[in-house]
Write a protein of this length. Structure first.
Ligand code: ZN
Length: 67
């Protein structure tokens, strides 16, 4: 069971900042390959691949033309 708005706290492991984080979806969609998600701290400009810190569960939408 998933909770809609969990209290997830993410902080930068370099500078401790928690309000300057953005995520970036990297790459382009290629069948059989997954896009990478990077978390960038805009305070210290560090970059972490999300897959370095947590397991991925890939789900593809069956809908086409998703906006
Ligand atoms: Zn930082």
């Amino acid at each position: 069971m998933s909770i809609a708005n969990p209290r997830l706290h993410i902080i930068c492991g370099i500078c401790g900042c928690n309000n300057e984080l953005i995520y970036e979806i990297v790459g382009r969609e290629v069948p059989g390959k997954h896009l990478n998600v990077h978390i960038r701290c805009r305070n210290c400009d560090s970059l972490t691949e999300l897959r370095e810190v947590m397991e991925a569960k890939i789900q593809y939408s069956k809908k086409e033309n998703v906006k």
